[in-house]
Design a protein around this ligand. Structure first.
Ligand SMILES: NC(=O)c1ccc[n+]([C@@H]2O[C@H](COP(=O)([O-])OP(=O)(O)OC[C@H]3O[C@@H](n4cnc5c(N)ncnc54)[C@H](O)[C@@H]3O)[C@@H](O)[C@H]2O)c1
Length: 350
């Protein structure tokens, strides 16, 4: 088993370990037997893995963006209270990003915060959402508007969970993997480029891919826990990507929207002369290699642009867009006006 360390020693020590391996999860959960344990488990994972059906204090959660709400958090809090969860109890979030975000948020506010552990079961949650302590829920159609920064006590990544993940959900996570390479690590880009077949087939190399993503995320979070600088690089593809999710009425999944978003943001960067031809081609190449759709036709241009303007990353001074002027390094453009973005989309059509 491999171990990483998320180093967050500031006013309080919020540091924790990420464990990455295979077939270790039941043992790991048993090892945590010093306190009373409560579980929030994704319903599909619960049904697929009989081990979870033998546990006590389990709240089975049907994960979807529609159920990622404050009402769901309230139900979890009531479940915790009714089953005797106390300050020194622990909560284990078992599932994809939705369970991790919702259960993590519940843990952060129950009795002003109880310890929790992330046990991610999708590729996206392994490489991204389980690390870094962002928790939260949607408020009506606005994604992740309510939330906290609340770090888990540890993250346990058991690669075996990926054996049951659908191809669509797997590919959803691959978009975030590509994002790390484009923003942070040119060598990692080459690895993804040269081993696309093995990675798509979920071969052994995948563990080192997950490890590298977590290593990058841990470093980013160490430097910028609350997203004032470096952590904003992780939003590459997300400013346009979130608007695609909303405009498509969530028929396009997050990762697929982010993939198209990364390409459109790169073209935007090219349009304003911050990204050169070579980089734009490299972005296109890697997304093509993993067969992501690069084009997007708005259902409603006005609402698409409104979604960009009202993105939660937007400030009064304008919109922030993460760009990669050179593969492996990023920049943040702040204060981008919606008129410039409108102009860019007009230019794309002509
Ligand atoms: N907190 C963060 O930093 C952060 C970062 C990125 C994304 N997110 C959030 O993560 C969410 C998306 O997460 P996701 O892509 O993991 O989606 P998800 O949690 O909806 O899971 C996707 C689907 O996979 C199923 N599933 C989960 N594990 C499985 C397994 N091992 N085998 C078979 N099926 C399984 C689930 O039941 C669900 O139907 C979004 O809400 C997004 O906002 C959060």
């Amino acid at each position: 088993m491999q171990k990483l360390f998320v180093d967050l020693k500031k006013d309080v020590d919020d540091s924790y370990e990420i464990h990455i391996g295979r077939g270790f999860i039941s043992e790991k959960i048993d090892e945590l037997n010093q306190k009373s344990k409560f579980f929030v488990i994704d319903s599909n994972v619960y049904n697929l893995y009989p081990f979870f059906q033998n546990l006590q204090n389990v709240y089975v959660f049907e994960a979807s963006e529609k159920s990622k709400t404050i009402e769901s958090v309230e139900k979890i809090l009531v479940f915790l209270k009714n089953n005797g969860c106390l300050r020194d109890s622990i909560l284990l979030a078992v599932g994809g990003g939705i369970v991790g975000d919702v259960a993590g948020f519940a843990a952060s506010i129950y009795m002003r915060g109880i310890d929790y552990y992330q046990i991610p079961t999708t590729l996206l949650s392994m490489v991204d959402s389980s690390v870094g302590g962002k928790t939260g829920v949607n408020l009506y159609e606005t994604k992740n508007l309510i939330g906290t920064f609340y770090q888990p006590k540890a993250v346990f990544i058991d690669m075996d969970f990926l054996n049951t993940l659908s191809d669509e959900e797997y590919k959803n996570g691959l978009a975030e993997v590509i994002k790390y390479a484009l923003m942070f690590d040119e060598k990692f880009y080459s690895l993804l480029d040269e081993n696309s077949k093995e990675i798509e087939d979920r071969q052994e190399i995948l563990e080192s891919v997950v490890y590298r993503c977590c290593e990058i995320k841990a470093k980013v979070v160490k430097e910028d826990e609350k997203e004032h600088g470096l952590r904003m690089f992780l939003n590459f593809g997300h400013t346009f990507g979130h608007a695609i999710e909303i405009d498509s009425n969530h028929t396009i999944k997050h990762g697929f929207a982010v993939a198209t978003g990364m390409y459109l943001e790169t073209l935007f960067g090219h349009y304003i002369k911050k990204v050169n031809d070579e980089t734009a081609l490299k972005v296109k190449n890697i997304l093509n290699k993993y067969s992501f759709e690069l084009k997007y036709s708005f259902l409603n241009e006005e609402s698409f642009l409104r979604a960009i303007a009202s993105d939660k990353k937007a400030r009064q001074s304008g919109i922030s867009v993460a760009l990669t002027p050179k593969v492996g390094s990023g920049i943040i453009l702040k204060g981008v006006g919606i008129d410039l973005i409108k102009e860019f989309f007009v230019s794309l059509r002509s």
